[in-house]
Design a protein around this ligand. Structure first.
Ligand code: 13P
Ligand code: SF4
Length: 390
């Protein structure tokens, strides 16, 4: 697996408020051992009533999901937040970029709260705006920027979405990446796509859905001069992939798929497109989080599955479908550590603070970034056909 030389901030101890992770959570959290946490969360939610709307991403812990008014993937949750204009407070149990998207898609008087500010996303952190702007300048100098259409995965910070909005590009999700790439390639003669920040989703979609080849794809490494590419390589490429990856999905390996097929005869391998291309090539089915859930729900009793996505979701699916054999794809891969930052003590603290009249951990995107990120999001919403994860 590729690695990126990033200044890693210890979770919860950094001070960079603009980063996706590493911000110490202020406040007096209840002890995790407090036996009354469930009752306290329930009481606080009841006291807030319709004023609060709690969103839970599918990768959240069970202890948190039990208090979610709705669950979903990142895009569905953003839409759900937008569908509750009367809720004063949106408590987002997910990660930072999701809370930003909810803030962009909700009204100015609604306040979006992330119960732990250290719940960021390492993939989103792999593309900083200054790095992306430097890449764009290099593409301009190489004479290719005029034919490049930037497309960013939903799993990116608001300022990267805004960069795409400003430069004629769009946002995509893992279930509409194909439609978004089709759209992007139609925007200009000889168009190239600059795909951010997940190289795996970009490569998997380009090759498996768009009929491109590995030779059509180059990887822009922000830690190398000129991205590690020659101007000629930039001119020849159809897909310029940002060197980013998900630290959870990127860890599944093709070897483990072979091992599982040997030990679980008849097993079907179901993976998320954030997995490496070599893993996706060996899988039976590839799709977004919502696709994975629907596939398991529709699977016949007695069928056998190994799933390559976040462990909280796989465990929940296994518990919900005891008539099906459901395994986690890889023993060496663990939970998304930042998703797991949101736990019951943080949720209780956020809700009880609201009851006491204090808004904690508000996520607020500045107006200019919000405007351009909204432009890129709207281009996605306007895509023909299946333009979001249902
Ligand atoms: P979705 O929520 O869009 O399925 O993305 C997967 C993921 O990694 C979320 O962090
Ligand atoms: Fe980010 Fe991957 Fe965790 Fe999702 S699962 S929040 S993409 S690190």
């Amino acid at each position: 697996m590729t690695t990126i030389d990033l200044p890693l901030l210890p979770l919860g101890r950094g001070t960079d408020l603009s980063a996706e992770r590493g911000v110490e959570c202020p406040g007096d959290l209840p002890a995790a051992s407090d036996p009354d946490l469930v009752a306290r969360a329930r009481a606080a939610k009841e006291a807030l009533g319709e004023r609060v709307f709690v969103l839970g991403h599918h990768y959240q812990r069970d202890e948190v999901i039990q208090f979610a008014d709705v669950t979903g993937d990142s895009f569905k949750l953003a839409r759900d937040a937008a569908g509750r204009p009367d809720a004063e407070f949106i408590v987002f149990c997910g990660v930072h970029f999701m809370a930003e998207s909810a803030d962009i898609l909700t009204g100015p008087d609604q306040q979006v709260i992330l119960p732990d500010l250290a719940a960021g996303c390492s993939m989103a952190d792999m593309a900083a705006l200054t790095q992306v702007e430097a890449a764009w300048e290099a593409m301009t100098a190489a004479g290719v920027a005029d034919s490049v259409v930037p497309v960013t995965y939903m799993n990116s910070s608001a300022d990267i979405k805004a960069f795409c909005g400003r430069n004629g590009g769009a946002v995509c999700t893992s279930s509409n990446a194909e439609v978004a790439l089709e759209w992007a390639f139609e925007q200009k003669p000889d168009a190239k796509v600059f795909f951010l920040p997940d190289q795996h989703l970009g490569r998997n979609t380009a090759i498996l859905k768009m009929g491109l080849t590995l030779d059509d794809c180059v990887v822009w490494n922000p830690h190398k001069p000129n991205g590690g590419l020659t101007d000629q390589e930039l001119r020849d490429a159809k897909m310029i992939l940002w060197k980013g990856h998900c630290s959870v999905h990127g860890r599944f390996s093709p070897e483990v798929v072979d091992e599982l097929r040997a030990t679980m005869p008849g097993v079907q391998i179901l993976v998320h497109p954030e997995c490496q291309h070599e893993v996706v090539l060996k899988a039976d089915l590839v799709g977004s989080t919502e696709f994975i859930i629907k596939t398991i729900e529709a699977a016949p009793a007695g069928s056998s599955w190994a799933i390559g996505t976040e462990m909280n979701l796989v465990k929940r699916l296994a518990n919900a479908h005891p008539d099906k054999q459901i395994a986690f794809l890889d023993k060496t891969v663990c939970y998304c550590s930042t998703m797991n930052r949101i736990d019951l003590p943080h949720l209780v603290w956020a809700l009880e603070s609201l009851v006491a009249g204090t808004v904690v951990n508000r996520i607020q995107v500045d107006p200019d970034t919000e405007h351009w990120a909204q432009v890129a999001l709207q281009r996605m919403l306007d895509l023909p056909g299946k333009s979001h994860k249902d």
